[in-house]
Design a protein around this ligand. Structure first.
Ligand SMILES: Nc1ncnc2c1ncn2[C@@H]1O[C@H](COP(=O)(O)OP(=O)(O)OP(=O)(O)O)[C@@H](O)[C@H]1O
Ligand SMILES: [Mg+2]
Length: 549
């Protein structure tokens, strides 16, 4: 690896920078000026005269909570265009989301340069929650590009995958073998809970281990949501009529809620005072756990649903029906019946600030006793994502759980303009986590082709393109180029279906199943080919075709 790479973990609450020089180990560059100097808080503030302060600057200047903008990553995901702030003079300013994200990423890079004067910015790598689709990824990459650095949307890696890679990287650095088996990554941040199931396999003892992401998913409702619940709970303890600026009640309650949440990690009860509040407020760990319970239940459900999805992503998987019926116990340890065997989870890797809450670990211990790990080389649970982003030796060889590229069908006919139709857009989930509970699970992503109405003379070819617009070749086992054409059927009924385990069904006058064994993680414009296994064309005569394995 000859290029230096810089990683930016733009989080809902914290932003971190990592760096890897050629020939050296990945490392975190501290960028904060607060008590903990590892990160900057992902917050900006607008001063009375309309100037933007970025990250820890807002606290250095003691800007009131009402003038702060937090959690802008959530707005980016929601597709919001701006956020409003009301200044003490009564003026309201609308700040574009793009502008805030750009400011935070720009500040992170500026601070990194201060600490690493010969910082090379050949390539910047970003992460994002596992449930972000193509448009959000593109928007983030475009904003980062505007800061003046080179970012490829193709290389944006799912955050829980990066966190898992960081753990593996640290094992290698400390001279340990990569552990064979399955790892559940549980990255509980400010905006999202991100889960991934990774598998390390060693085809033979001499070969490099292969890391495959079997499933990844995310859900909104993490640290910020818990802060809001606590804030609602404690608002009753605050006498609004005694406040100098009653309009500050809500943002101050949230701020204090966040402080209480942090303190209750190590204490059984806590009391916090804040400038602007007429009295201090208190909360017990017991009350916190009670407020947190429904959210924690949802978090554990997402973990088990992601494990269920991981079981579907292999060839010869059990049916969706049998997976759906599996208990948490069976999902964590693996299950063997006369009809199928599933592998259990061997390790659980914790990441993200919310994973510090004792109840999180306790609940996971219930199912994964003795299996809980975190990246021992890192000081803070906030760091693994950033470190994983620049652990490129591992991350660039990853197989991921769904294509990070588009599938098209191209219709061609002599003397006619080429027509293209999108069949699958990069990063579209191949199932919905809610499907785990329904019979739809396993059906994959289906598109009915919108083929030319007069078929004669038209050919229909399936092609594959990276988000950056490079064509990806499909090759067979002997590395011969493969062209997949659809023999178009006259009256509709031409179908493309893609499944979680790499199977693709193409149906026209005849049908063919092809299998793509690995979806490679695209990295820095690296050329990739897709290895395709063809099952051959069969006349199509089964209208109820449905297979999962
Ligand atoms: N000791 C603690 N106890 C409870 N919560 C904590 C503690 N420390 C940090 N947190 C919470 O962790 C969250 C921030 O974690 P982290 O920095 O990993 O998230 P992020 O990466 O910014 O967000 P995301 O990954 O969701 O975009 C915040 O909600 C913060 O309040
Ligand atoms: Mg995070």
């Amino acid at each position: 690896m000859s290029k230096a790479v810089l990683g930016i973990d733009f989080g809902t609450s914290t932003t971190l920078v990592s760096y890897r020089k050629p020939g050296q180990r990945p490392a975190i560059i501290p960028i904060g000026k607060g008590e903990v100097n590892t990160w900057i808080p992902s917050v900006v503030g607008i001063t009375d005269d309309g100037k933007m302060l970025i990250g820890d600057e807002v606290f250095a200047e003691n800007l009131p909570e009402t003038q702060l903008i937090r959690s802008v990553k959530t707005n980016l995901f929601n597709g919001d265009t701006y956020k409003e702030v009301t200044l003490p003079n009564g003026n309201t300013v609308g700040v574009p989301i793009e502008y805030i994200v750009k400011a935070l990423i720009g500040k992170a890079i500026e601070r990194a340069k201060e600490n690493e004067p010969d910082l090379q910015l050949d390539e910047v790598l970003l992460g994002c929650p596992a449930n972000w689709k193509g448009p959000e990824r593109k928007r983030l990459a475009e904003i980062a590009t505007e800061v003046g650095v080179s970012v490829q949307v193709d290389s944006i890696i799912d955050e829980p995958i990066a966190a898992g890679v960081s753990w593996l990287q640290s094992l290698i650095e400390s001279g340990q073998e990569l552990p064979d088996g399955r790892t559940l990554v549980f990255d509980y941040g400010g905006g999202t809970l991100d889960i991934a199931v990774l598998e390390v396999q060693r085809p033979t003892a001499e070969q490099e281990p292969e890391i495959t992401v079997l499933a990844a998913n995310a859900q909104h409702g993490a640290g910020d949501k818990l802060d809001s619940l606590i804030a609602k709970e404690i608002e009753g303890q605050i006498n609004k009529s005694k406040m100098e600026r009653p309009e500050e009640l809500e943002p101050l309650a949230r701020r204090v809620a966040n402080d209480l949440k942090h303190e209750l990690t190590s204490k059984s009860s806590s009391t916090v005072a804040h400038k602007g509040l007429p009295s201090s407020v208190s909360l017990t760990r017991e009350k916190l756990n009670e407020l947190f319970e429904p959210q924690l239940n949802k978090a554990i459900n997402l973990a088990f649903n992601t494990i269920k999805a991981s079981l579907l992503s292999v060839q010869n998987a059990p049916t969706a029906r049998s997976i759906r019926g599996m208990t948490n116990e069976e999902l964590s340890t693996g299950k063997t019946t006369t009809r199928f065997t599933t592998k259990g989870i061997d390790y659980v890797v914790l990441a993200g600030g919310m994973s510090r809450i004792p109840a999180v670990r306790e609940r996971l211990e219930r199912w994964f006793e003795g299996k809980i790990q975190s990246d021992a080389a890192l000081k803070y649970l906030e760091e693994p994502v950033a470190k994983g982003l620049v652990s490129t030796d591992l991350a660039s060889g990853l197989n991921v759980h769904r294509p990070g590229f588009d599938f098209y069908v191209e219709y061609e006919k002599k003397d006619e303009p080429l027509r293209r139709e999108v069949l699958y857009e990069a990063f579209t989930p191949l199932y919905f986590s809610s499907d785990v509970h329904t019979l739809a699970f396993g059906h994959g992503h289906r598109v009915d082709l919108n083929a030319p109405t007069k078929r004669s003379g038209w050919t229909a070819t399936i092609t594959c393109w990276t988000p950056a617009g490079e064509q990806i070749q499909m090759v067979d086992r002997d590395n011969e180029r493969v062209q997949v054409q659809v023999p178009l059927k006259a009256l509709g009924g031409n179908v493309f279906k893609i499944y979680a385990n790499g199977n693709i069904l193409i149906r026209g006058k005849k049908q063919e199943k092809i299998r793509i064994h690995r979806w490679p993680q695209l990295y820095g414009g690296k050329a990739v080919v897709l290895k395709v296994e063809r099952k051959g064309w069969k006349k199509w005569d089964d209208p109820d075709i449905f297979w999962v394995g």
